[in-house]
Write a protein that binds this ligand. Structure first.
Ligand code: NAD
Length: 513
């Protein structure tokens, strides 16, 4: 049995209920609203947290604004040094933080640890980047002139995160923003606030030792009301929001109305195409990890399987051999591969989707039940489902955040499969299994996958931090993490310098006084 007190002791957390932290200090009004957090693994209470009040919010944002004035003057490699030390601390606390992620969110321990590893990886990435943050230089059309561009810090960056990656998404944003000279106000999901509190504890010593000003790393505990406040707040020039498309549309609209910048990482409806030229052994492993990993609660979870009709029956049979043996249970136990859904509402959404898809004509092949018994008393443990379906069904077009895999047949060449894969409103992750170059290149071509992520012979989930992460269409268009995603956290400036004694105008314009 997992003991939350042990985990909290290992993380050095005594106070689990502050409504906010400004990095060095914790706070919150005494009469605040509270929220009790239960573990989806066993229903036990983990903590009762205070929700931030209006006054708490003001306190955090004004402290952050003040901190920015100093933080932006630090040389970027010095900011990188702070991030390097945060990476070391995360290595030290990987085990207990991974456990807490697993206990509060419900993903299996391996994935909890993997999430912390992602945080470590982005720290390493950001440290190197802190010595670059480069712009281009250009040749001027005017003699004795020089042009170049530079990137400057933006200000207070608001980060709104989802429950399913309760800490990694913060680090993807915060570590880049920090080396860029920005300060961060993070509103974690109200379903997983304790992992956020733990992160603040882990980094506190580093902030103190390096005399980082108070207000560079902030958290604020709250729900959609606080998130909405951030979206409307002109003091936050960039809002990075991860969550459902419904939330993203509201945030994007509010930020757009004030001409702020939004980085949106929203829902996916990810597909794997399996062609007659696929290595089925590999494909099946990737499909199962993608469909049932994190109990189908990854934005990149595999939701649709688009299979050539010549191998459809074989793929179906192979999956039906694997699914009955999936170990479902306490995600912190060795050997378990499928943990619980986050809460009972998620169970209801899972059951509703299965009912609807069957009404539309779908054929439920396996799974779809809620497990009962002492071990599963939370009502959040479900058996992953496989449904034979048609692409146009309303349910198939939607993202249900649960382990439901739709099997869809295609005939003819790979372009037909690509059309099906692209025929949804979301555009996050996609992949193809094939050893035929003509098929894989078509999938990657400009008429191929329309997603932000397109993989060959690996599944849809499990991205590395080195690449830019995000998707198109209803997924929101944002990119974070690797590649040049850092540019979005900075303001860009073009500089033209005249080192001569004449003042020629661009385009040869004459303006003689
Ligand atoms: P959610 O949209 O319910 O909540 C996400 C966050 O947004 C929470 O912090 C919540 O408090 C906040 N929020 C909700 N309504 C808001 C509003 N009107 N204004 C401001 N903030 C608001 O999502 P969830 O259930 O926590 O997470 C699951 C969803 O997140 C799925 O759709 C999944 O695909 C998506 N997701 C996407 C990515 C990605 O990178 N594309 C990553 C993880 C999760």
């Amino acid at each position: 049995q997992t003991d939350i007190t042990d985990i909290l002791t290992q993380l050095g957390i005594q106070d689990t209920n502050p409504a906010y932290s400004t990095g060095l200090n914790w706070g919150g009004e005494n009469n605040a609203e509270t929220r009790t957090i239960h573990s989806p693994t066993n229903g036990k209470t983990i903590a009762t947290v205070n929700m931030a009040s209006e006054a708490d919010y003001e306190q955090v944002v004004t402290t952050a604004q003040q901190a920015f004035l100093e933080w932006r003057t630090w040389p970027s490699p010095k900011r990188g040094e702070v991030v390097r030390q945060i990476g070391l601390k995360l290595r030290e606390y990987k085990e207990p933080l991974g456990k807490l992620v697993s206990y509060e969110m419900g993903k299996i321990l391996q994935e909890g640890l993997g999430e912390v590893q992602e945080m470590i990886d982005i720290c390493d990435f950001a440290v190197g980047l802190s010595r670059q943050l480069h712009g281009y230089t250009m040749h001027s059309e005017r003699p004795t002139h020089r042009m170049y561009e530079q990137y400057h810090p933006l200000g207070v960056v608001g980060v709104i995160s989802a429950f399913n990656f309760p800490v990694a998404v913060w680090s993807w944003n915060a570590m880049l923003a920090t080396i860029c000279g920005d300060v961060v106000v993070w509103k974690p999901s109200e379903k997983t606030p304790l992992t956020a509190v733990a992160c603040q504890h882990i980094i506190k010593e580093v902030l103190e030792q390096n005399q980082v000003p108070e207000g560079v790393f902030n958290i604020i505990i709250g729900d959609a009301i606080v998130g909405s406040k951030m979206a409307h707040d002109e003091r936050l020039p960039l809002i990075s929001a991860t969550g459902s498309t419904r939330m993203g549309k509201k945030v994007g609209e509010a930020v757009g109305r004030r001409l702020g910048r939004s980085l949106l990482e929203l829902g996916g409806n990810n597909a794997i195409i399996i062609t007659p030229n696929a290595d089925l052994e590999m494909a099946i492993r990737a499909v199962v990890f993608g469909a049932v990993g994190t109990c189908g609660q990854r934005c990149t979870s595999t939701r649709r399987l688009i299979i050539h009709d010549s191998i459809y029956d074989e793929v179906k049979e192979r999956l039906l051999k694997v699914y009955p043996n999936l170990p479902i249970g306490d995600p912190l136990k060795d050997g378990i591969l499928v943990g619980p859904l986050i809460d009972k509402d998620a169970t209801t959404a899972f059951l509703d989707a299965l009912e609807k898809v069957q009404q539309e004509g779908g054929n439920l092949l396996i799974g779809g039940s809620v497990l009962e018994g002492e071990e599963y008393a939370t009502g959040t443990y479900v058996t992953p489902a496989i449904v034979e379906a048609e692409h146009h069904y309303h349910t198939v077009q939607e993202e249900t955040f649960a382990p439901i895999l739709y099997l869809i047949k295609y005939t003819g060449d790979v372009n037909n499969a690509i059309d099906i894969q692209n025929g949804v409103r979301q555009g996050l992750s996609s992949s193809i299994f094939s050893s035929n170059l003509l098929e894989t290149e078509a999938f990657l071509s400009h008429w191929g996958s329309d997603c932000g992520i397109a993989n060959v012979n690996i599944g849809t989930s499990g991205a590395e931090i080195g690449g830019a992460f995000g998707g198109e269409k209803d997924t929101g268009g944002g990119r974070e993490s690797g590649s040049d995603a850092w540019r979005f956290y900075m303001r860009r400036q073009t500089n033209t310098i005249n080192f001569g004694r004449e003042l020629p105008l661009a385009q040869g314009i004459k303006f003689d006084l």
